[in-house]
Design a binder for this molecule. Sequence first.
Ligand SMILES: N[C@@H](CCC(=O)N[C@@H](CS)C(=O)NCC(=O)O)C(=O)O
Length: 253
Amino acid sequence: MALELYHLDHSTCSQKVRICLAEKGVEWVSRPVDLSGRENLSADYMAINPNGVVPAFVHDGTPIIESTVMCEYLDEVWPDEPRLSPDDPKKRAEMRAWLRFIDEVPSMAVRVPSFQNVFLDRFKAMSVEEYVAFRESNTLRRDFFMRMNHTGFSDDEYENAMLQLRATVERMEEALSREGPWLVGAQFTIADICVAPLFERMEELSLSYMWDDAPAVTDWFARIRARPSFETAFYPGARLGDVYPQLREKAKS
Ligand SMILES: N[C@@H](CCC(=O)N[C@@H](CS)C(=O)NCC(=O)O)C(=O)O
């Protein structure tokens, strides 16, 4: 049975797994999950991913969840070239430290401008009671939806997210200019894959000024975008601006 990928076109976590699938040349069957229809919280989907988030895949009957873990799984189960994890344990540890940082810091931070500037309208359209019911139905995301509230994040929350994104750019600039051309040196790894969709998202949110003064990051992003896997993962309809065209209008004005 082919690998079944449960995902959403424009979700950054889904994009990173699709880049990895394309790099490894793994065939997959698409199982779209409708977040606005709350399919991610359905009993059927929660049986696959009890966290109620995308992505997940089912391989030979076994669900594999957590986008970073999914990428590591792909590299282990399809060990042929390109190898996406270093063999040297020290370099592998360096890659894993990046993966932890990417999951904990910029992946969380980028949600704030994404929701504030794009997804919030969907929630503003709800009555207060509807919003509270929505928030309370999702224990694992309750805290996030409390902070966002019906009306958007506080200035402090927004600023904190911006500082974390900028700190990510700075940390990457330092690593890439010290060694490069990839985050852990000569080898292109899962760390590059996991952070790339966040840069695509930041650019769509008009935040690319954050790396105007970071030439190594600018070159890294151009290099990763030029890989065929990037285009495969970002098929037409897979960018935020494809789903929310008003974003592109706003960026132009
Ligand atoms: N740590 C998880 C995070 C996944 C995640 O947050 N996915 C988002 C889309 S990018 C989601 O499904 N959100 C559900 C919601 O907004 O209710 C992973 O890396 O797989």
